[in-house]
Design a protein around this ligand. Sequence first.
Ligand code: BG6
Length: 514
Amino acid sequence: MPVIEPSVTKQEIICAETPGEPCGLVVFGASGDLTRRKLLDSLFQLYLRDLLAEQFYFVGCGRKPLSDDDYRDIARQSIVAEGAADEQVAGFIERIHFVSGNYDDPAFYEAIKTRLTELDEKFGVDKCHIFYLAVPPTLYGTITDGLGGAGLARPSTTGKCPQARLVVEKPFGTDLESAIALNDRITRSFNESQIYRIDHYLGKETVQNILMFRFANAIFEPLWNRNYIDHVQTTIAESIGIASRGGYYDQAGALRDMFQNHMLGMLALMAMEPPTSFEADDIRDEKVKLLRSIRPIDLDSWTASIVTGQYAAGTVSGEDACGYIQESSIPRDSTTETFVAARLFIDNWRWQDVPFYLRTGKRLATRLTEIAITFKNVPHSMFASVGLDEMPENVLVLKIQPNEGINLSFQAKRPGSKACMSTLAMNFNYSDVFAAQAPEAYQRLLLDCMVADQTLFMRQDDVEVAWRLLTPVLRKWAEDRTEPYKYPAGAESFSEADALIQADGHFWRKLLQK
Ligand code: BG6
């Protein structure tokens, strides 16, 4: 009889994914890019993985006067465009419906309500509705008022979870005041326990692995502090430009689009204290505490803390690329930043005086997201031929995307009679170990909404503390009419961004790694 390792069996039980609860998912902005490119395909993948309840239906909502069949065609094409075979899609498509109307018209919400009552009956759903706002943020308040007015937002008085849930895409506000105002408006109809603010980076497997890596291994935590860590570099580099999102992006810029949410979210997971449990609020409490400890950015000598750039024409992966201000729908005199690099400090016992360098930019040399932790050097070199300053530090790299994995560099002796050393790497690649490809972040996040798990969603205090840090910077940029430096599309970096880190004697890690 084969012997089954008890730990393997236990892991398998723990790892079995919980299917979504019976529910109706209502998506506003159903013909938009996000729904067509991400949401429909993610739902379809959940369907293929048997993770959608039998009693699940989808209602697309939008201004276009489309019938169910019209919208099913759009949905089918979108899913097939992501690689699905036409014949696989049929069973899923039957669950899709459409309601059209104007967002500011109360009759629209009454029509949605009538449709949900019919569909609840047909699919056997007990009034559990998830409302997903895949629309521009200016419509959030109008829609939540409409849902509230029609009685669709009310929390349940029974059970663990409120029946109605609201999923809100980023950006949540454009600064501290607008984030607070938006929250006040939304909470007229929905309370905090019903609101799921998406930061899709938190849905990425390798971002979640930061927690597992730190808190399921005893060997790293004793080193995870100012005594052993010299500095930390977090990078989200993109080779793409702004594609067709110029209207939104020019108002947002890299600080609002990537830094306020994805960059600070990753920083918080990397640097926070151990939560008391894996429960949503315990993790979110620690994240907020960490973000609150970030030292305010010094606005008087602030080029030492934050540098911005904007891509000019150049070459990305051998292809010519236009500059940001040559992109269609971007004003020729736009001063919106497409790159931000910052040097932050965390004022707490663990991290005092450890610089955290963060950078994100569009149209850089390649696509790369990673957190690189550089350890302090040995205190003394006993190898006469190698001075301390020639001894490379150990670097631990959490590789978020692409080529997900973990890499640790260390020194080893080269074979031979002399005491020569080489820097080697211990490399773990997800793709070598786990056969299945990591599911797209939206699958995980949609499933979490369906089981009412808010762990990977931002709480309002999380959003506010991030804006509290960045709003003074945005104001100062506006007052001083700060212009970003230009960098050629396809660059790895540029001199002003280099100066930020070189002032401390460090260098940015190469984006194009061998
Ligand atoms: C989005 C930003 O949140 O993240 C985009 O709005 C950016 O500008 C995207 O391109 C990057 O996400 P990913 O998952 O491709 O790294």
